[in-house]
Design a protein around this ligand. Structure first.
Ligand code: CA
Ligand code: CA
Ligand code: CA
Ligand code: CA
Length: 604
């Protein structure tokens, strides 16, 4: 650090109070005396007046400077095996509970018949200075597998986030031991699920406080049963899923003793025709029980309504979300559910194939959904893209959820037969203009975002704790990319981490409503799953728009199981941790301007 920057940093620390510059302590595991913490922060935390950034919002590619060197290995060696086009996912997680989001990138591997090298998923620990350290080996995650997706949650309620990796072949559950290491507990847990697994989601379907696991499976495929497909009648191409039989998704109930019970059939979720690529948690009828939306590739989507008795009923056809408006089953890939129009109801966005638009199913509130892709402004723009990851997030913190989509074709030779369609495609970022209208703004947000890639997984998280949401994107058989959000934090915001007591420890399924004293209301739900084979950070970020003097916030939380908490007089621009029944147990101001990464001292 130069003398000048050191001086500025010291000034900043004084201005912000010491605690702001020691943000690493912000969200210690809530196992430590929550009562005492609650007392310490009972009064609203001080209102810092930190320097705010200015200028246009831009996404900057910081992959190299962050030290992320991950490259996905699809195992492609000329045979064009179907799974080679599917991987892989990524996640933001805080595995060491230091309040900084770490990164997990899922890898596949060489096929046994063409094995040349070993490849592993990668866990990167956040160094809190814009850089990350690869800790895969020391964490015990250097295990070779044909990984596809990831779902992360604290399934055993011990305060530490655990990792479930979906694979072609046996899946893996890694329990977080709390000391930087993970143990593979798949066999004991009974969660191997040896299919062609894709997206998964942890959620508590029976509201007993223990997180259960939904695992989406794609098709019946093996090297032995691999089929021949061709686009140009000469060379083998990647097959579409119509070539293969579907494979039912699975639901596992958490018994609470480290083991799980397969309850797929009993729960009414057995669907051998299903070709699942995406799953989203939602409570579309707002009855306090988690429902499931399952995106199937070339098969009808499913909207599983929770019957409160351990079973689900598929409502997709009735609700209008099974098919396109033309009545065809589209290539459902990534999916998300959120309230993008301020209605308080969760609507659904789904990525689809080329010549099929992204679907934007608006929740009309009466159990019916309407695909408003074309009237909203995202239909035509997305029609030429093959979308995998797809989610709502508020990139500019104006309180309206925008839509991100990672695109890229499955056929590396698609341009031979369809010259206008490319293998690598730029992502979409649709800015929510309000009144259910969106506008494509990708080209305006910097060259890094606009670059054509063979996109697959994607996740958002505030990796630098400056309040705005950064993007992690994976590419098929290529590098992962970390895009830093610059300047969105000119707007006010609130970040909320939930800690369940009676409810599951992560608070997955908790509904959080933030109301400002100026009359604005923003709604979010804590969720796993969504996107494509990937997972965003668990804390919720609420964009609150332009700073206004004297704004205070009221937070209302409805926990799974229906416990309600209401916290008044909260200042914006904080990262608060809220424990069920206790209120705010820790609060840290957002630091808008960070000191540069520390340089090695010349005297050392
Ligand atoms: Ca755990
Ligand atoms: Ca449960
Ligand atoms: Ca927005
Ligand atoms: Ca950020």
């Amino acid at each position: 650090m130069t003398v000048r920057s050191l001086f500025l940093y010291a000034l900043l620390c004084l201005a912000l109070s010491v605690s702001a510059c020691k943000q690493s302590n912000s969200v210690a595991p809530a196992a430590t005396t929550p009562g005492e913490q609650a007392a310490a922060v009972a009064s609203p935390s001080p209102s810092p007046t930190p320097p705010r950034p200015s200028g246009d919002v831009e996404f900057t590619d910081v992959t190299a400077q962050a030290g992320i060197r991950f490259k996905h290995n699809s195992g492609a060696a000329g045979k064009k095996y179907l799974p080679e086009t599917i991987g892989s996912g990524c996640a933001f997680l805080d595995f060491d509970n230091d309040g900084w989001q770490d990164i997990l990138l899922i890898n596949s591997m060489d096929w046994p018949e063409s094995k040349k090298r070993r490849s592993f998923s990668a866990l990167y620990r956040n160094n809190k200075d814009g850089t990350f350290t690869d800790v895969t080996a020391q964490a015990g995650l250097g295990v070779e597998m044909y990984g596809i997706g990831v779902a992360i949650a604290d399934y055993d309620n011990d305060g530490w986030q655990d990792i479930y990796i979906t694979c072609v072949g046996n899946n893996h559950l890694f329990r977080n031991l709390g000391n930087g290491k993970f143990a593979d507990v798949t066999a004991r847990a009974g969660l191997a699920e040896p299919g062609f697994s894709t997206s998964g989601a942890w959620f508590d379907y029976d509201n007993d406080g223990k997180l259960d696991l939904f695992v989406g499976n794609y098709v019946e495929w093996s090297i032995q049963t691999d089929q021949y497909c061709t686009l140009d009648s000469k060379n083998k191409s990647y097959c579409t899923p119509q070539t293969y039989k579907g494979q039912s998704a699975a639901l596992y109930r958490n018994r609470g003793n480290g083991t799980f019970e397969n309850v797929t059939a009993r729960a009414g979720l057995n669907d051998p025709a299903g070709k699942t690529l995406g799953v989203a948690l939602l409570d579309f009828d707002d009855d306090g029980w988690m429902d499931l939306f399952v995106a199937n590739d070339t098969e009808p989507n499913k909207l599983y309504r929770n019957n409160h008795n351990g079973t689900f009923t598929d409502n997709a056809v009735m609700a209008g979300v099974a098919f396109s408006e033309a009545g065809t089953a589209r290539a459902g890939m990534g999916v998300d559910a959120a309230d993008y129009d301020g209605s308080g109801k969760q609507s659904i966005v789904i990525g689809n194939f080329t010549n099929e638009s992204i679907a934007l199913y608006h929740n009309d509130g009466s159990g019916l959904f309407t695909d408003e892709a074309s009237t909203s402004g995202i239909g035509k723009v997305s029609a030429q893209s093959l979308t995998f990851a797809c989610f709502f997030f508020d990139y500019n913190l104006d309180g309206l959820l925008d839509i991100f989509a990672a695109n890229g074709h499955v056929s590396d030779d698609i341009s031979v037969v369809q010259p206008t369609v490319k293998h690598a495609q730029p992502p979409h970022l649709f800015h929510n203009k309000g009144k259910k209208k969106f506008e494509e703004v990708t080209a305006r947000l910097g060259r890094a975002l606009n670059r054509a890639i063979v996109g697959r997984g994607a996740a958002y998280g505030d990796m630098d704790n400056d309040g705005d949401l950064d993007l992690l994107i994976t590419t098929n058989n290529g590098p992962a990319r970390l895009l830093r959000n610059d300047n969105a934090n000119q707007n006010d915001l609130l970040r909320v981490r939930t800690v369940g007591a009676k409810a599951n420890r992560d608070g997955i399924g908790a509904k959080v409503v933030v109301k400002t004293s100026k009359g604005r209301t923003v709604f979010g739900m804590v969720r796993t799953g969504s996107s494509y084979c990937s997972q965003a950070e668990l804390p919720l970020t609420f964009g609150l728009g332009k700073p206004e003097e004297g704004t205070t916030l009221t937070i209302e939380i409805t926990w799974p199981g229906n416990q309600k908490d209401r916290i008044a007089d909260v200042k914006p621009n904080q990262f608060v941790t809220i424990q069920e029944g206790k209120g705010v147990v820790s609060a840290e101001p957002i630091v808008f301007v960070r000191a540069p990464a520390p340089q090695p001292s010349p005297t050392q």
